[in-house]
Every structure is written in structure tokens, then in C-alpha cells.
Design a protein around this ligand. Structure first.
Ligand SMILES: [Zn+2]
Ligand SMILES: [Zn+2]
Length: 262
């Protein structure tokens, strides 16, 4: 890698379905990253459920190989880009995930595991998804289920890296859907997830995406990050960019985050 710092989490068009139709391509990021001297890792969403069942999914029908080939072509010219995937964890697809990792772990520079949606059609990372889920399930159960599945994902050791460890609070927080009294939203349970990652030798993301939502903090918070650092956790930093403006704006923050981590 040519530069000192790396943004491990950028989403591209057309590979991530939540990037706008006129959103940034590999090339768009590359130009900006080179100018601002930062390494980037393309970390597009790979969600087995949609990859398999949705013909319009960019990775449907084995197109992950096209993704890799495309990045490889850029790698011939640019020595500051990494190939990666943000893979969705599903409790009931562990065997399938392990098979995929066996086949592709070596093909990629970096793979992170994430949880956005454990009931298909109800993602906790969109406002619409949380709204719908809250009509179906009590808030306490949503939070508890999230942490329960996170524990399963970490203990499965399928992934060596975990993204946005407490993203269930993207919309469930005092600035948006205010946590009910019976909800455990304490830092302790986030710290415990971090400790479980330490035990399993898993790296955790310091994800800057919360800065564009009402929660206005990183995932996990700086406070939790500092405590976990003292306990020996390893972090990587990701802007979780879905647009070029956000990416550009977050470059100084990514660099600042690395300085805080060391
Ligand atoms: Zn994510
Ligand atoms: Zn992401």
C-alpha cells in the first residue's frame, strides 16, 4: 500500500445496491484517494439471500468473479486499492457462508462481516426498515436479538473482521426512536461484544457512518473505542461511504481516527 492510512469501507456503483444510480464508481474513488493520499478498500455489500434469489443483484450468478477481475485491472495501475466485501451474516446460512469463505478468502484482500437485516425485508439500517420492524417486534427484542446474533457471528469465527459492531443504534437512540425503559442500551454490552472479538482475535471497525445520522457518533462510540483499545482490541477505520462527497469529507476524519487509535 502506497499511503500510510486506509479507509477500509467504501461502497461503489453498481456493486452496492444502496449506492445511487449516479453514485461513485471504482474510478471515481481512485481519483480522489490518490489526490488525498489515502488507501481505499472497496467493501461492497455481499448478501447471500439477495445474491441467490434476486436476479437483479449485482453479484447474482457468480458475478463476484467479475468484481474481482475489475478491481484487479485497476490494481495493475494503482497500488493503493484493496479488494474487499462486506458480507452479511445469516444465522441459518453458516455452512453456506463458510463454503463461500473457503472459496474466496484468499481472493480478497479484506472481508468484513456485518449484520443489517436478520428478518428479510426489515433492515435495521434504514429508517423504513426499523419503522416496519417496530410495528412487528418490541424494541427491547430487536436490540436483544441484534446482540444475540452478533455474538453468534463473532463466535462462528467465519469473519476475521467485524463492521459497525453496534449499528442497531443507528436509528434507535435518543435523537430518533427513543429507547424504551426496558431496553438495555448500555455501553457494557457493546464492550462485551468487543471483548468477545478480542478473545476470538477479530478486528473491529471504527465506523464513521453514524456521523451522517442523528446519532452523530461513530460505531462504536469514541468512549467505547478508547476502553477497548486499552484492553488490546485491534481496530480498522471505515468511512462507510456511499457517495463521493461523503468520502472526501471524511478523509481527514479517517486519518484523525487512526491517530487516536495509536
Ligand atoms: Zn454496513
Ligand atoms: Zn457498508
Amino acid at each position: 500500500m502506497r499511503f500510510k492510512f486506509t479507509d477500509y469501507h467504501v461502497h461503489t456503483r453498481p456493486w452496492s445496491v444502496d449506492v445511487a444510480k449516479d453514485g461513485p464508481t471504482f474510478e471515481d474513488y481512485i481519483k480522489v484517494a490518490e489526490k488525498h493520499q489515502i488507501n481505499i478498500c472497496f467493501l461492497d455489500h455481499y448478501e447471500l439471500h439477495y445474491v441467490e434469489n434476486d436476479k437483479t443483484n449485482p453479484f447474482h450468478n457468480g458475478r463476484v468473479n467479475d468484481y474481482l477481475e475489475e478491481i484487479d485491472i485497476y490494481k495493475e495501475t494503482y497500488d493503493f486499492i484493496l479488494s474487499g466485501l462486506e458480507i452479511e451474516y445469516y444465522e441459518d446460512k453458516e455452512i453456506h457462508l463458510i463454503e463461500f469463505m473457503d472459496d474466496y478468502r484468499r481472493e480478497f484482500d479484506f472481508i468484513g462481516g456485518s449484520i443489517h437485516e436478520w428478518i428479510i425485508g426489515y433492515p435495521i439500517t434504514t429508517k423504513k426498515g426499523v419503522t416496519k420492524l417496530l410495528e412487528k417486534i418490541p424494541m427491547k427484542k430487536i436490540i436483544d436479538d441484534y446482540f444475540g446474533i452478533m455474538i453468534k457471528m463473532i463466535n462462528s469465527q467465519i469473519f476475521r473482521n467485524v463492521c459497525h459492531i453496534d449499528t442497531v443504534f443507528r436509528y434507535i437512540n435518543n435523537n430518533e426512536f427513543v429507547p424504551k425503559e426496558d431496553c438495555d442500551v448500555s455501553d457494557n454490552r457493546i464492550l462485551d461484544l468487543g471483548r468477545l472479538c478480542i478473545k476470538n482475535k477479530i478486528k473491529v471497525e471504527l465506523n464513521l457512518s453514524g456521523l451522517r445520522f442523528p446519532i452523530n457518533r461513530t460505531f462504536p462510540s469514541m468512549d467505547v473505542m478508547k476502553k477497548l483499545r486499552k484492553e488490546g482490541i485491534e481496530f480498522f477505520v471505515g468511512s462507510d461511504s456511499h457517495s463521493l462527497d461523503y468520502f472526501k469529507e471524511k478523509i481527514p476524519k479517517v486519518i484523525e481516527a487512526y491517530k487516536l487509535l495509536t
